[in-house]
Design a binder for this molecule. Structure first.
Ligand code: GLV
Length: 326
């Protein structure tokens, strides 16, 4: 009998092709995915789950899945899954690191550039028929070259953002719970700073920490108050890492100059106060959304699920401690 897999919502077809050859697949091929109240019934006899960051996989749901061996998340972040609950049950959780690093770093820079040079605002202005003539100060923004970039969280994506900054002649400082190895600092031309020093000194702050209990509202009113009034904040990590209301207040009051946000506290909702502001670029969680990268994320998740189902070590476990129990 083939192993039984549940795919909770639409994925790139290459992933289904991989799974279909080896498994019996229940595929919910829709953008909205399986409704939370239908998930327990659909997962009940499944051995693998291929899910996305919009699926909340908690303790109660896992109670409904006695045969489950693997949860393959199509994302590098896995804050949508109760990892201790999975680990207690010996269920392997996997993610999709690496493949999206450069695509996401490209996009952090896209937001940084767009926020600094007012691209979205200028586009709205032009489309609204408001452009009357060339003007010396029309849509004047902030320079990027020669400025100081502060990176909060120097993981894979934070490092890739630092690499891009050198092409813009930026000075790069970073803060993380652990200081990077000297070779990494040297190679990327980085200087370590405390969180406060970084917030005070940076012209741009780009956030790359994972969402955990410790990083909820990691950038809130106190942090925003430390930033320069000309500073720009970019968030491509997870929405709850930044206090959205505090950010809206800071942008409104001119405490910081502008922001670029890919992620939000209650996706797909965006705080109404942010929607009122011109000095923030808002996009719908698309930092890793190149066709090639999103396709590869889907096939990686399928490969991780297949590996566990066939008794192999999956390439990307996030709770490797359960692998001994396989
Ligand atoms: C996207 O946000 C991801 O975590 O991969």
């Amino acid at each position: 009998m083939q192993p039984r897999v549940l795919v909770t919502r639409h994925v790139y077809p290459e992933a289904i092709e991989l799974l279909a050859g080896r498994c019996e697949v229940d595929y919910e091929d829709s953008a909205s995915g399986i409704a939370p109240h239908d998930l327990p019934a659909r997962i009940a006899d499944r051995q693998a789950l291929v899910c996305q960051l919009t699926d909340h996989i908690d303790d109660a749901l896992l109670d409904a899945a006695p045969d489950l061996k693997v949860i393959a998340n199509v994302a590098v972040g896995f804050d949508n899954i109760d990892i201790p609950a999975a680990t207690r049950r010996g269920i392997v959780v996997t993610n999709t690191p690496g493949v999206l690093t450069n695509t996401t770093a490209d996009f952090a820079f896209t937001l940084l550039l767009a926020a600094a040079r007012r691209v979205a605002e200028a586009d709205r202005f032009l489309r609204a028929g408001l452009w009357q003539q060339w003007q010396i100060n029309l849509m004047s923004g902030h320079d990027i070259h020669g400025q100081t970039l502060g990176i909060l969280g120097l993981g894979r994506i934070g490092q890739a953002v630092a690499r891009r900054a050198s092409g813009f002649d930026m000075r790069v400082i970073y803060h993380d719970t652990q200081r990077a190895a000297q070779e990494v600092e040297q190679e990327l031309g980085l200087n370590y700073a405390s969180k406060e020093e970084l917030l005070r000194a940076a012209d741009f702050v780009s956030v790359h920490v994972p969402l955990t209990d410790d990083t909820h509202h990691y950038v809130g009113a106190d942090e925003l108050a430390l930033m320069k009034s000309t500073a720009i904040l970019v968030n491509t990590s997870r929405g709850p890492v930044v206090d959205e209301l505090a950010l809206a207040d800071a942008l409104h009051a001119g405490l910081i100059a502008s922001a670029g946000l890919d992620v939000f506290e209650n996706e797909p909702e965006v705080h109404p106060a942010l929607l009122q502001l011109d000095n923030v670029v808002l996009v719908p969680h698309i930092a890793s959304a190149s066709i090639a990268t999103r396709t590869r994320m889907c096939t990686m998740a399928a490969e991780n699920a297949i590996a566990v189902l066939t008794g192999q070590r999956p390439p990307n476990p996030v709770n490797p401690e359960v692998l001994g129990k396989l």
